[in-house]
Design a protein. Structure first.
Length: 297
């Protein structure tokens, strides 16, 4: 026993990385055990009580004595050939080491390891250990325990599903309410396009009024400056000066403007331009006009 166990262990038949996962809720369970006795009845009763919808297929074998090991190997191979079971239970009740010898054979161990269908070993009592227990994907302490491990309790599963459904609904409703609040806040901050256009039009009207006001103000200022400059130009006009009683003196015949009395010889002719008409005069004498203005008439 120990030598075979050590050799198979060295080959990796017991390694966790080689063990296949047991399905959570199998649709079909293959049970490899004796067709008579309490084991098969316990497994059927417990599985049916826990989850009645699961189908059970029994592969009857001898579980002790001559030919038992070959029966078990053939059943495992037939089960894999059919390939319609989701999980398998290899089971038998308690017994002596000799009674359990078929489950300590190399052929049974290698058949379990080669199985594509996950296998649960449920051989003997809780204190009984066989090489099949180490090779199997899961060990159950008893056949009844294997039946409880292989399927969940339907009522418990239904309760758990309802809890998850309630939690999921609550989460969905919470998310919907949160998004509804976000959408509501965004809607409040968003301005309706028509209202936005109206606001832009009002702003445009305001800018237009301000622009017209500034333009009119500028035009008035420029008009006043123009009037002021025009008035200054008018005051400096020759005609305006002549209208105030002044005259323009020119020499004759060259018509040179006379600014200095010394520019004209005594006896020379000059022409005086007035607002209305002109005078032709002969120079008879010269004097300072400042002295003339100082004298009283």
């Amino acid at each position: 026993f120990e030598q075979l166990k050590a050799r198979l262990s060295a080959e990796g038949l017991f390694d966790e990385e080689n063990k296949k996962p047991i399905p959570f809720l199998p649709r079909k369970i293959a049970v490899i055990t004796s067709p008579t006795g309490a084991v098969i009845h316990d497994i059927i009763n417990i599985v049916s009580r826990r989850f009645a919808n699961v189908h059970i297929e029994i592969f009857p074998v001898r579980v002790q004595g001559e030919g038992a090991a070959q029966d078990i190997v053939s059943a495992i191979q037939l089960m894999n050939l059919r390939a319609d079971a989701d999980v398998a239970i290899l089971a038998r009740g308690g017994g002596s080491l000799e009674d359990l010898s078929a489950f300590n054979t190399e052929t049974v161990s290698r058949a379990i390891f080669a199985s594509k269908i996950p296998m649960i070993s449920a051989v003997g009592h809780e204190t009984d250990f066989t090489i099949a227990d180490f090779v199997a994907d899961m060990r159950a302490p008893t056949p009844s325990a294997a039946a409880e491990l292989v399927v969940p309790l339907k009522d418990e599963l239904r309760r758990r599903i309802l809890e998850l459904e309630s939690a999921l609904k609550h989460r969905i409703y919470t998310q919907i309410e949160r998004y509804r609040n976000v959408l509501s806040d965004m809607s409040k901050r968003l301005i309706h396009p028509q209202k936005n256009i109206q606001m832009l039009r009002l702003k445009l009207d305001e800018i237009t009024e301000r622009l017209i006001f500034q333009m009119n103000k500028h035009l008035i200022q420029q008009r006043e400056r123009l009037f002021w400059k025009t008035d200054r130009l008018n005051n400096l006009s020759v005609f305006t000066v002549l209208s105030r009683g002044y005259g323009i003196v020119r020499t004759v015949p060259k018509a040179v403007i006379v600014k200095d009395a010394d520019a004209v010889e005594i006896g020379g002719e000059i022409e005086i331009l007035l607002e209305k008409g002109a005078l032709r005069c002969r120079v008879e004498g010269k004097s300072s006009w400042q002295n003339k203005l100082m004298k009283k008439p």
